[in-house]
Design a protein around this ligand. Sequence first.
Ligand SMILES: Nc1ncnc2c1ncn2[C@@H]1O[C@H](COP(=O)(O)OP(=O)(O)OP(=O)(O)O)[C@@H](O)[C@H]1O
Ligand code: SF4
Ligand SMILES: [Mg+2]
Length: 375
Amino acid sequence: MSEPREHGATAASSLSTSSPSTPGTPAPAGPARAGARGAMGESLLEVRGLQKHFPLTQGIVFKRTIGHVRAVDGVDLTLRRGETVGLVGESGCGKSTVSKLIVALERPTAGSILYKGKDVARMGGRALKAYRREVQIIFQDPYASLNPRMTVGDIVAEGWAVHDDVAPRKGRLKRTQELLDRVGLNPDYVNRYPHQFSGGQRQRIGIARALALQPEVIVCDEPVSALDVSVQAQVVNLLEDLQDEFGLSYLFIAHDLSVVRHISDRVAVMYLGSIVEEGTDEQVYASPSHPYTQALLSSVPLHEPHLRGQKDRILLQGDVPSPADPPSGCRFRTRCWKAQDVCAQEAPALVDRGQGHPSACHFAEARMVVPVDVE
Ligand SMILES: Nc1ncnc2c1ncn2[C@@H]1O[C@H](COP(=O)(O)OP(=O)(O)OP(=O)(O)O)[C@@H](O)[C@H]1O
Ligand code: SF4
Ligand SMILES: [Mg+2]
C-alpha cells in the first residue's frame, strides 16, 4: 500500500484544538494548545538521577543474582511545555529504558521523575491514571506495537475504555475517523487491520492512538527508525504539525543525530546509560564538546557534495562496553582518543566547563565537526 496523501485538511479544522477538539469532547488539558513552538513554557517533566539496573540471574530452579545490567545509570533530563528534546545514542545505551521509565512501564531502581512538580513514583489512583493519559508513547516498531487482531478503529479507541471521560461513547466512531484523518489516513479505513497498511501508515496509526487520549507529552521512541527516508520526513513533519496544533511536548529518541536535528529544540546525547552532553540543537551541532558527540556527528551523512570535504572524520575504535560491567571513571574512555589517567579514576560530571553548555568530559572542548549551516 502506498504512503497516504496528506489527508487532513478538512478534519484538521474540526480537530483543531483552538476550538477544543470535536464537539462533545473535553478540551485537551493544559493552557498551551496552539503554536507552542518557539515559546517554551514551564517544565513539565524533570528527570533526576534516574537509574534502572536489571538483575542478571543464573540457574533455572534456584535463581541467583550474579550482577546487574546498568541500563540507565544516572540520567537527568528536563522537558518544558511545547518543547522537543532529542535523546540520541547508539543501540543499547538505554534510550528505550528511559522512555519506559518515563511512561511508568518500568519502575526506577533509583532517582525520580517529576511531572508538573509531582513525583510519579508517589502517584497513586487518580493521579497515576491522569499521568498515564497525559504522557503517551509511540514505539519504534510500528509492526510489533499494534495488535494484529484488532481493527485500526479499535486500536485508536482502545484507551477510551480506561479513560472514558476523554471521549463520550456516542461520538466515538466519528472521533476515531477524525483522528485517522488528522494523521493523514483515510477515515474509511477504520475497519481495516494493521497488516493492510504500510510501515509509515502504521506509525500514523500509533500516533492517532496516542493523540486519542489528548496527551500533553509524547515520548517518541525511535518513531521513524524503521521507515524509509522519504517516509521518515513525512512522519516527522506530521509530528511537528501536531505539536504546533496541540501544544505537545516531545521526548524524541533516535540513534542518528541528523534525525533529531529537524525536530529538536534541545538535544541530549547518551552513552552507556548516562547523558554525556546536552544543549540547544545549535550548541550540540555547531560546537560539540564531548568526544563521543563529535564522533556521532562525524558519522552523519552530508547531502551537499561541496560540504563533504569540510567534514571532520572521526572513526571510533572498539565496541560499546557491556552495561553489566562498565569502565571505571568515564565510561567512554575505552574508545576515547583524548583519554588520560584521570579519566579512569574520576567520572566527569555533566557541567559547563566554559564551552557554553554541559558536557561530561574532563577535557571538554568545542570543535566544529560539520559545517554549521548544514541541516
Ligand atoms: N528487561 C531487561 N532485562 C535485562 N536487560 C535489559 C532489559 N531491557 C533492556 N535491557 C538491557 O539494557 C540495555 C539498554 O537497553 P535499551 O533497550 O534501553 O537500549 P536502546 O538504547 O533503546 O537500544 P536500541 O537503540 O537498540 O533500541 C541493553 O544492554 C539491554 O540489553
Ligand atoms: S573524560 Fe576523558 S575519556 Fe572521557 S570523554 Fe573526556 S577525555 Fe575522553
Ligand atoms: Mg530502543
